[in-house]
Ligand binder design. Structure first.
Ligand code: ATP
Length: 230
């Protein structure tokens, strides 16, 4: 139902130096659902996410926030309830886990309730954490702010399946409490396990969209035909 989308791209073109590498992408994110955007390397997933976040200007089409076209900056969108976990690791290495949580938009206690695993690590410098622990820190910090919409880029990249499951469950919990979640992933299986719907991007365009159920049932075919994985 169109009217309930909280974040939407409509015929979006996006890219760098005025050259679009994302072409005519339409997608939407509704409260309470996890949407996964899949696609091979270079398909335009990160570019789409950054444009939805207001970190890159669009080159055509529009982004709608709660039904209204927006060109607001990332900063402004974050104030309006957007959460972003970018692909590049955004912990501050020299600060402790505790300080990294304190610079978030949400209460530290809330973050620790979501990820009690972080409690014994509070005094450690974030730069000394494992990749999985850093991703937990970023996810805890983002979710503690109770974002209306959370955008996450390749959250699972390089992590052990057990940690990925943990992160995906945390996102599922946030969606079940009403957040809209958009997840960009190269690896389909674990994201689809918690997702409601999926879009597949290839060379900057949506080549397939449907329910996560349908994508799960055809996982092998999806991986071979669209993601270049055998
Ligand atoms: P990946 O999984 O590698 O992140 P992706 O699907 O997220 O892939 P994008 O990062 O959106 O793809 O890249 C889409 C296209 O834009 C690619 O051809 C890439 O080389 C190009 N690109 C990405 N970042 C920039 C940049 N800062 N300046 C110029 N071109 C870029």
């Amino acid at each position: 139902d169109e009217s309930t989308a909280v974040l939407r791209a409509r015929g979006l073109f996006a890219g760098y130096r005025k050259i679009p590498c994302v072409r005519d992408v339409s997608l939407d994110v509704r409260p309470g659902e996890i949407v996964v955007v899949l696609g091979p390397n270079g398909a335009g997933k990160t570019t789409t996410l950054l444009t939805l976040a207001g970190a890159l200007p669009g080159l055509g089409g529009e982004v709608q926030w709660r039904g209204n076209p927006t060109k607001a900056s990332l900063h402004r969108r974050v104030r309006d309830g957007l959460g972003v976990i970018p692909e590049e690791r955004s912990v501050i290495s020299r600060l402790t886990v505790h300080d990294n949580l304190r610079i978030g938009q949400g209460p530290v206690e809330q973050a620790l309730d979501l990820f009690p695993e972080l409690r014994p690590l509070l005094r450690r410098r974030a730069g000394l954490l494992s990749g999985g622990e850093q991703r937990m820190l970023l996810t805890a910090r983002a979710l503690a702010a109770q974002p209306t919409v959370l955008l996450a880029d390749e959250l699972s990249l390089g992590l052990a399946p057990k940690i990925v499951t943990r992160l995906m469950q945390a996102l599922r919990g946030a969606a079940d409490r009403g957040a809209g979640v958009l997840l960009v992933e190269q690896h389909a299986r674990q994201a689809l396990a918690v997702a409601d719907r999926a879009y597949i991007l290839q060379r900057g365009s949506v080549v397939w969209s449907g329910s996560a159920d349908e994508a799960r049932q055809n996982l092998r075919r999806v991986e071979r035909a669209y993601l270049g994985q055998d």
